[in-house]
Ligand binder design. Structure first.
Ligand SMILES: NC(=O)C1=CN([C@@H]2O[C@H](COP(=O)(O)OP(=O)(O)OC[C@H]3O[C@@H](n4cnc5c(N)ncnc54)[C@H](O)[C@@H]3O)[C@@H](O)[C@H]2O)[C@@H](O)CC1
Ligand SMILES: Nc1ncnc2c1ncn2[C@@H]1O[C@H](COP(=O)(O)OP(=O)(O)O)[C@@H](O)[C@H]1O
Ligand SMILES: [Mg+2]
Length: 277
């Protein structure tokens, strides 16, 4: 077991090169947010933008368009019911994040299947929330892409068949990771990141984080970090640590830390922890 700590950030967050533009920092397409779960995709989208992704497009239920723009004029927004728009937005992305607030009805399943059909092997695909649940319940095969799964413990139980009480068995989790051939971020009060060769444990985090939308925020941060930083395993680990370390700072003076508060602190936190010049 290796540990994720502040050193992981310094190894990952590069100083922005002068000669760069928005394309240097990746194009993310996020897919999620049904008519009832708009907040989830707003938080994921905000987290991606505040993490520094160059271009962010969100495909969602049209009910969410105005509220996303009210929070975040930087994001482009389109209707995920339009298959042509969904397909071209996925094709144009370096990184896709799917599942935050997507829901698990027939409409959501159709959206998920379109995305799985469209992604290509070189693209990074982050699968969270409802999308993980549907992969499990609908027995979907994962597409050929560079996949990152971000399950909480119940989602991991659904996907892996490993009961929550048995998830402390690192070797069992690793065996399923090997079958899935993905980076697995197994979220808990001490989140673990499973990669091909290693298992990392987060050293930050607080019960003040136990509030809805916290994982949606992490999914957007993971998207933002992998879009920008070359070493994808380090990028995932750094996002996990940054999310919790910001919460730890805020929890010194707050009983509960809200996801959007973490989001607003990301740019400052990244600046404080970028690589030495
Ligand atoms: N504001 C919003 O729009 C929000 C939308 N959300 C979305 O709602 C959808 C369903 O996700 P949920 O996670 O709520 O529902 P799920 O049905 O996937 O899982 C939650 C269930 O697992 C139980 N549970 C037990 N131990 C747990 C643990 N260690 N971690 C997590 N759950 C544990 C919970 O009590 C609950 O019954 C997702 O698409 C998600 O993105 C949630 O993120 C909440 C906020
Ligand atoms: N007690 C805790 N200590 C540290 N981190 C926590 C704790 N409870 C929840 N978290 C973090 O909050 C997030 C919850 O994710 P998830 O259950 O997917 O939330 P949601 O789907 O509501 O956005 C994870 O990153 C998890 O590590
Ligand atoms: Mg979640």
């Amino acid at each position: 077991m290796k540990y994720i700590n502040q050193a992981t950030l310094k190894q990952t967050i590069r100083v922005r090169p002068d000669n760069s533009f928005k394309g240097t920092y990746g194009h993310i397409t996020l897919v999620g947010g049904n008519a009832n779960f708009g907040g989830a995709i707003i938080m994921a989208t905000m987290a991606a933008v505040y993490s520094g992704a160059g271009l962010v497009t969100t495909l969602t239920d049209p009910a969410n368009k105005t509220s996303i723009h009210a929070q975040l004029p930087e994001a482009m927004v389109a209707d995920y019911h339009n298959v042509d728009t969904l397909t071209s937005s996925v094709q144009g992305a370096d990184v896709i994040v799917i599942g935050c607030g997507l829901g698990t009805d027939a409409e959501a399943l159709a959206v998920l299947k379109t995305v799985f059909k469209t992604v290509t092997p070189e693209q990074l695909l982050i699968i969270d929330g409802s999308a993980i649940t549907m992969v499990a319940t609908e027995h979907l095969s994962l597409p050929d892409a560079r996949i990152i799964l971000t399950p909480h413990q119940i989602e991991w139980q659904r996907l892996s068949g490993i009961k929550l009480a048995d998830q402390s068995d690192v070797a069992r989790n690793q065996t399923v990771r090997d079958q899935l051939n993905a980076i697995v971020v197994l979220k808990s009060h001490r989140t673990q990141v499973y990669t091909k060769d290693d298992v990392y444990e987060n050293t930050a985090g607080t019960p003040a984080q136990a509030t809805g939308g916290m994982g949606d925020t992490l999914a957007g941060m993971v998207g933002g970090f992998v879009a920008q930083f070359a070493n994808k395993e380090n990028a995932v680990a750094a996002a996990v640590y940054a999310h919790s370390a910001i919460a730890d700072q805020l929890a010194q003076n707050q009983y509960v830390v809200l996801p959007h508060q973490i989001i607003h602190h990301i740019p400052q936190f990244m600046k404080q922890n970028e690589a030495d010049k």
